[in-house]
Design a protein around this ligand. Structure first.
Ligand code: NAD
Length: 501
């Protein structure tokens, strides 16, 4: 266990800026205040093991008071004019924009990602705030046909109350912000629990930005911890909705607890997204897209291309090009060197990735590239002739590994693409738009792309998965209104309705 005085290594944080640990070091943010806690969590840089900071650790018993305060503040916030709420979201976006270079460094170091990944994450998070503000120019309901001409009948969208947000470590800022921003803009209060490996860029800076923007105290709360605190948040009385982004295994548990307490739950879970290469595709372009889809951020992305399904006629050539690309990708510390592939998040994940690769090779897969690692860096790996009996076929790997499965024809490719319980993303590479459409339409996924790869997201789309990739929730665009508000039927009359009783 570390103490607050541990050295903080973010490059010269601006005093009072979002990354100034003298504000948030060793603390959690609840009820509008930074509060010291009995225990702390050390935040480690995946590339070097250095301490980036120390944050306060929450206890399950902290929740009732946080929820009670949040409920009181939320009731007032929901009555604020939409433009006032929107202005606050835009203000928070500007706070992030003003701190851009330091935040990019911090995202890179805490998540172990390349600069471009940090740019996408920060830019996407700022977009989420502006999109949340823009939601507030939408109509808030409908005028319904009335059974009584003397009375007006309305359906209005009303906030849920207090929303709990549980986020993972791979894109900690963005995957928190895509729930936090629309939930607050639409009149809710939020309690965020980031992953304990990324609580600074996934939590502290969000609290600081809202604090700078002048959000009412207690409307946004940050708690830190692992499974125990997460479960307490799901079970806390007064928390009306949980949004969870993470593994399917934990999502099942969260869904179970939410069901028990009759709460709305949005689950955004894992994936094994198919990347189909038809025999008329431009193979060089397809392999470039496929390499991006499997190796970006070391494959630690829910939408990563999990199976390269290639028609037999072009499979050998495609595999060779992909392996050549994999071998050419520079690997190292992305904050200090110009590389494409950084470290895996932790040793447990490294060991898991390696076991999937080695077991698949032992089961008959051909290793065309990678399969080795140095320290936390797993080399981009290409496995050829992967079949259903191998773990690389079935499991979400969450590492820089491209399993290639050979398909006999289009129909076989579609069958293999859907031979999984997951259903997050998908992609088809082909020289024919007609074939692309025919195949893409038959992939069972929440997202699908023709002549592209599987990793795409943007605040303006309905993001979400099918099957065990999610429970049908969708984040982004106007689906945020469906997720973070509920209908209330209201009737209005100028005079009391007469009754015979
Ligand atoms: P994880 O499920 O282990 O952890 C996610 C979050 O849940 C963390 O904050 C963690 O502390 C918390 N948690 C753990 N146990 C809990 C419990 N019992 N109750 C409540 N909260 C608990 O996931 P991970 O390994 O950090 O993230 C990787 C997974 O996330 C992958 O499967 C990936 O595909 C998925 N993911 C999905 C999306 C999406 O949008 N569909 C996006 C990113 C990541």
């Amino acid at each position: 266990m570390s103490t607050v005085s541990d050295k903080v290594t973010f490059a010269t944080p601006v005093p009072g800026g979002l990354l100034d640990a003298s504000v948030w070091g060793g603390k959690v943010y609840t009820g509008g205040e930074w509060r010291s806690s009995a225990s702390t969590l050390r935040v480690r840089e995946p590339a070097t093991g250095e301490t980036l900071g120390v944050v306060g650790e929450s206890q399950p018993t902290d929740l009732p008071a946080i929820v009670e305060h949040a409920q009181r503040v939320q009731a007032k916030w929901a009555l604020k004019p939409a433009e006032e709420r929107a202005a606050l979201m835009r203000h928070a976006a500007r706070v992030f924009e003003d701190a851009r270079p330091a935040l990019l460094d911090a995202i890179q170091r805490e998540t172990g990602g390349v600069r471009g990944k940090a740019e996408v994450e920060l830019g996407g998070s700022i977009d989420e705030l502006y999109h949340a503000a823009a939601l507030l120019i939408q109509p808030e309901g409908q005028i319904l046909p009335s059974s009584n001409p003397e009375r007006l009948s309305l359906a209005r969208r009303v906030p849920l109350g207090v929303v709990g947000v549980i986020a993972p470590w791979n894109f900690p800022l963005l995957l928190a912000m895509r729930s936090v921003a629309p939930a607050i803009a639409l009149g809710n209060a939020v309690i965020l629990k980031p992953d304990p490996q990324t609580p600074i860029v996934g939590g502290a800076i969000i609290a600081r930005a809202f604090e700078e923007a002048g959000l009412p105290a207690g409307l946004f709360n940050l708690i830190n911890g692992g499974a125990a605190v997460g479960e307490a948040l799901v079970e806390a009385r007064g928390v009306r909705m949980i949004t969870f982004t993470g593994s399917t295994a934990v999502g099942r548990r969260v869904g179970e607890l939410a069901g028990k307490h009759i709460k709305r739950v949005a689950l955004e879970l894992g994936g094994k997204s198919p990347f189909i290469v038809l025999d008329d595709a431009d193979l060089e372009a397809a392999a470039a897209a496929g390499a991006w889809g499997s190796f970006l951020h070391q494959g630690q992305i829910c939408m990563a291309s999990g199976r390269h399904i290639v028609l037999r006629k072009v499979a050998d050539e495609y595999a060779e090009i992909l392996a050549r690309k994999a071998r050419a990708l520079p690997v190292g510390d992305p904050f200090r060197e110009h590389v494409a592939i950084g470290p895996l998040i932790n040793e447990k994940q490294l060991a898991r990735v390696d076991k999937i690769v080695q077991d698949s090779v032992a089961g008959g897969a051909q290793l065309l590239a990678g399969g080795t690692h140095k320290g936390p860096y797993y080399n981009p790996t290409v496995l050829y002739h992967v079949t259903p009996s191998m773990p690389a076929y079935e499991l979400e790997i969450f590492g820089p590994v491209a399993p290639i499965v050979v398909a006999e024809d289009e129909e076989d490719a579609i069958r293999i693409a859907n031979d999984t319980d997951y259903g997050l993303s998908g992609a088809v590479q082909t020289g024919s738009l007609e074939r692309g459409l025919r195949v893409a339409r038959q992939i069972r996924s929440g997202l699908v792309h023709i002549n592209d790869q599987t990793i795409h997201d943007f605040a303006g789309i309905p993001f979400g998965g099918r099957g065990t990739s999610g429970n049908g929730s969708r984040f982004g665009s106007v689906s945020n209104v469906d997720e973070f508000t509920e209908w209330q039927w209201m009737t209005v009359g100028g005079k009391p309705t007469p009754y015979p009783f």
